[in-house]
Design a protein around this ligand. Structure first.
Ligand code: IDP
Length: 140
């Protein structure tokens, strides 16, 4: 399969606990290459825009609060089958159900503070990359 790109975030619960390196290493060991990376403290408005698809969900307010509570690392990852591979190494949304050795099993605190985000499909990956990065910031 050709190289694919996906969008990833290391969330504030993880940067607060100084896990940026540990999580990036797990992504790299899964065969993913960081081809763009930036540290941002997103505003509530940016978090609301990024997660607009969830705006009717009961946890939306909590999600926006948490994502704007501290620094996030936004990244573009590249690799074979990168979208599925990233979802696999992230583990299930709820860390209690995540498989052994996944990022969420090892590091996440709860279903809300679950340490990482990863795009779930090619269309969302393209949209999410564009939300945070210009073409010149991505160096493959
Ligand atoms: P995903 O991040 O595994 O793709 P989604 O269902 O798309 O999961 O949810 C987006 C994010 O919203 C989750 O990563 C998590 O931070 C938060 N979230 C999802 N479900 C809940 C919940 O029941 N309570 C609190 N936060 C939640």
């Amino acid at each position: 399969m050709a190289l694919e790109r996906t969008f990833s975030m290391i969330k504030p619960d993880a940067t607060r606990r100084n896990l940026t390196g540990a999580i990036t290493r797990m992504l790299e060991e899964a065969g993913l290459r960081v081809i763009a990376s930036r540290r941002v403290w997103m505003s509530r408005r940016e978090a609301e825009g990024f997660y607009a698809v969830h705006k009717e969900r009961p946890f939306f307010g909590e999600l926006v609060d948490s994502m704007s509570s501290g620094p996030t690392i936004v990244q573009v990852l590249e690799g074979e089958n990168a979208i599925a591979r990233n979802r696999e190494v992230m583990g299930a949304t709820n860390p209690a159900s995540a498989a052994e050795d996944t990022i969420r099993k090892v590091h996440a605190l709860s279903i809300g503070e679950n340490s990482v985000h990863g795009s779930d499909a090619p269309e969302t990956a393209a949209q999410e990359i564009k939300y945070w990065f210009s073409d010149t910031e991505i160096v493959g």
